[in-house]
Design a protein around this ligand. Structure first.
Ligand SMILES: N[C@@H](CCC(=O)N[C@@H](CS)C(=O)NCC(=O)O)C(=O)O
Length: 230
């Protein structure tokens, strides 16, 4: 049994997709981010970075084993199941490149763009423009990669599960995929998978509402070292 610490956000969806694709037995634990569930001592023992997603695998090696960071979780689950991951050292090297690329580039840039589109006080044009440009730049990288293949690798894999969620919500972030036709076709291809639909709908009703903005929610925004240390 795997405990899956989740909230209905792009980073949560990555792992929700993998769990739905593999059918691994798990129990989803909703982490109420606007209430600060991620800041409890119990959760920080699982993820010292105090963010979802995280898992605890109770059937790893005889002892409970926790994993945090979406890319690390996807690799762990790919190794555990022998599905959707790399086979052999060359493939592993390439998977690492694309997983790190997502975690260090597309993800954070899209996350910051989302902050300035959805939650920040108005009038921060420079910050908004910077992150929109960076997100579009990452889409251009992905579009190039997908120009000669249907998926990031030869077949659908954890690399696609990593990069799909932010591309899935490009439009609400104010970015049209018209300029990225390969990404648009790839997004359509992935979106129709039953496991992906299931994951995107998981706890959909618990998505942030308009009240989760930077001025009103002191739990989720304006974080600091003290905030983390509690
Ligand atoms: N690099 C992390 C990012 C995780 C992340 O940013 N999670 C967000 C939700 S999408 C979160 O838990 N935010 C809560 C907070 O910042 O307090 C990963 O890929 O797992």
């Amino acid at each position: 049994m795997i405990d899956f610490y989740y909230a209905p956000t792009p980073n949560g969806w990555k792992v929700a997709i993998m769990l739905a694709e593999t059918g691994l037995e798990h129990r989803t634990i909703l982490v109420r981010l606007t209430e600060g569930d991620q800041l409890t001592a119990e959760f920080k023992a699982i993820n010292p970075n105090a963010k979802i997603p995280a898992i605890v695998d109770h059937q790893a090696d005889g002892r409970a084993l926790s994993v945090f960071e979406s890319g690390a979780i996807l690799l762990y689950l790919a190794e555990k199941t022998g599905r959707f991951g790399p086979t052999g050292p060359r493939a592993r090297k390439e998977f690492n490149e694309w997983l790190f690329w997502q975690a260090a580039n597309q993800g954070p840039m899209a996350g910051q763009l989302s902050h300035f589109v959805n939650y920040a006080p108005a009038g921060q044009d420079y910050s908004h423009k910077r992150y929109k440009g960076e997100f579009e730049r990452s889409l251009a990288v992905l579009d190039g990669r997908l120009s000669e293949r249907d998926y990031i690798f030869e077949s659908y894999s954890i690399a696609d599960m990593m990069a799909f969620p932010w591309a899935f919500i490009a439009k609400p972030l104010g970015v049209s995929l018209d300029a990225f036709p390969n990404v648009a076709a790839w997004r359509r291809r992935i979106k129709t998978r039953p496991a992906v639909r299931e994951a995107i709908d998981l706890y959909k009703d618990a998505q942030f509402s308009g009240s989760a903005n930077a001025e009103q929610n002191a739990v989720l925004f304006n974080q600091s070292a003290e905030h983390l240390r509690g």
